[in-house]
Design a protein around this ligand. Structure first.
Ligand SMILES: [Zn+2]
Length: 293
């Protein structure tokens, strides 16, 4: 083959490679998906006072606190070797963070509905939680709940109690993505480390009840989060994805008897007046029945 043609082909391949890398598909890239929430941010202890958009008197302060922790984590992730960071705005259906004050290096996923499996594409190398709270009913967890429904009492995956931490860790794990880090209160860290024993946890507050606890001042919380995020990124190869073996039954118990909107689907079964079961070959399949997307 004449050299000039070979050079042309190589040039085209390199250009194509660069274009793919720009979209985060490079196998050498370390793309991180970050799921954010507000209830696990240091300084947050009340839904009414702080967490309801445009209703809570301290909403703007809460947004600042959350954005500070997110940006601190972004700093640590890039320092530890991340090549791309996607931030999924998780509190109040993606209406909390803002492109005005988020770290300019990230891509922000906002709004709703987001088909839940969409952000977990195969180019993602790791999952991180920032501002995460523990599951409904967790002991001394600040503002504990499971998903947005305030009437959820328990979720189980094949008999194992889970909340949002377990849910997204299992969706990621099924795709071979490890959950390398979490920031939140003591109860959230305990729940995370139960699933990922050698993961990195930034414990930014510690509850004494569902509505009270000891808080790290923002600069201290940020320093801790940056350090843990950097270390998690450096240790990414040591942290294994959590895989729930299929078939998977998700069981949901509410505090009150209620009709479930997806009752008519195959795989959905009523157990008793307050409990429903959702069955799939995988965790993702069972979760799709629950969430309806
Ligand atoms: Zn939230």
């Amino acid at each position: 083959m004449p050299k000039i043609i070979l050079r042309f082909i190589l040039g085209t391949l390199l250009a194509a490679g660069a274009a793919i890398a720009a979209w985060g598909e490079s196998p050498k890239g370390k793309k991180v998906l970050m799921i954010t929430d507000m209830e696990g941010v240091s300084g947050i202890f009340s839904i009414e006072l702080q967490c309801e958009p445009w209703k809570s008197p301290r909403w703007e302060e809460s947004r600042k606190l959350e954005t500070g922790e997110v940006n601190a984590a972004v700093d640590g992730l890039f320092a530890g070797g991340a090549t791309e960071v996607i931030v999924w705005d998780g509190h109040d259906s993606g209406r909390t963070l803002s492109v005005v004050d988020i770290d300019p290096r990230v891509r922000l996923l906002q709004g709703s509905p987001v088909p839940f499996a969409q952000p977990f594409d195969k180019s993602v190398s790791a999952l991180v939680f920032i501002g995460q709270h523990a599951m409904a009913g967790a002991k001394d967890g600040i503002l504990t709940h499971t998903m947005s429904a305030s009437d959820v009492q328990n979720w189980w995956a094949n008999g194992k109690p889970i909340g949002e931490i377990g849910t997204w860790t299992m969706v990621a794990g099924e795709r071979g993505i490890p959950t390398i880090m979490l920031s939140g209160d003591t109860a959230a860290c305990k729940e995370y480390l139960d699933l990922v024993p050698n993961g990195e946890c930034a414990e930014v507050k510690s509850g004494v009840s569902r509505g009270a606890g000891y808080m790290l001042p923002a600069p201290a919380a940020h320093a801790l989060i940056t350090e843990k995020a950097r270390r998690a990124m450096e240790r990414i190869a040591e942290i294994k994805p959590f895989k729930m073996q299929g078939p998977v039954e998700l069981r949901i118990e509410s505090t009150t008897a209620a009709e479930h909107p997806h009752l008519a689907r195959p795989g959905v079964e009523q157990i008793d007046t307050r409990t429903w079961a959702y069955k799939g070959q995988t965790f993702t399949e069972a979760l799709a029945l629950v969430l309806g997307n």
